[in-house]
Design a protein around this ligand. Sequence first.
Ligand code: PHE
Length: 366
Amino acid sequence: MNDIDTLGSDALGRIATAQDLDTVESLRVAFLGKQGSISGLLKTLGGMSPEERQAEGPRIHALRESVTATLAERKAALEGAALEARLAAERIDLTLPAPEAPRGSVHPVSQVMDELAEIFADMGFSVATGPEIEDDWHNFTALNMPESHPARAMHDTFYFPDRSAEGREMLLRTHTSPVQIRAMLAQGAPLRIIAPGRVYRSDSDATHTPMFHQIEGLVIDKGIHLGHLKWTLETLLKAFFERDDVVLRLRPSYFPFTEPSVEVDTGFAFEGGRRVVGGSGDEPGHGWMELLGSGMVNRKVLEAGGLDPDEWQGFAFGVGVDRLAMLKYGMNDLRAFFDGDRRWLAHYGFAALDVPTLSAGVGTAA
Ligand code: PHE
């Protein structure tokens, strides 16, 4: 009889002081496992007389229950403590102060590209891309500029010394127009894309840098004509400059990849010594400035893009993103765009959260 009491107080004491879950588990095995001491006591019930069993049975069962309950309690307490310790160890200090002034800003070129993408997305255009390291077939030949075409010389191209695996001359793309070819070949028609990106020409002064940015537009569909081009550009420029009095002048021009080709001028006025887009260039004190090149996609270009020119027509345009940024936000030297001068960036940059939206007027608050 005393055995049971001794076993009981010994078991409960050891369980209460167990310091980890492994110990709790080994105690459980020692008392309640198949070979455990309490299990051993239960087995002795079979050999007892009915009177003995009536006296001993309830004591042994009570012991088993209290040991089981105490084990569960201890286990829960140790698990709780382990969780507390882990939470304390993984705590993150959220009280670190934010920088006094926001650091960094969105470059005006990125901002303008985002504004343009927003405007064009609203007209159903998606964004296409192509490599800056291009081959001469995509950059020239497929755009109706075969080798020895004089227009090639006008592009001041940076060439690489080595040719591609297909034997093509490799170069830094001189315009975003090769993306026209890539988009036609990859997606077929109909097509409505813009392709913003870097382009390269060996040229440098206040308005030219060896690397600059263009955005290409291409629409291919049935029955497309110059009217669609004019409407698209007018809609674009009104949304971009955030004024309704933008006036366009279309002048006949020449690009090998468009026929007819049209250069687009916009009217401007001088305000505070700088050009501000708006109004007709023919008004007194106003002028016209050239803004972009465009035209109806040349049949040969459609063919190079794998399309039947008797079935599909299209228009294309290419515009300098840096120039648009200068006109809208009033910088006068293109070279400063790429100097990485933090004072310039702080002045002309945009807050990272200032994402352009049409409803807010694409280019709110510099
Ligand atoms: N790729 C031409 C340039 O860089 C611009 C252009 C694009 C003209 C598309 C017509 C059509 O000058």
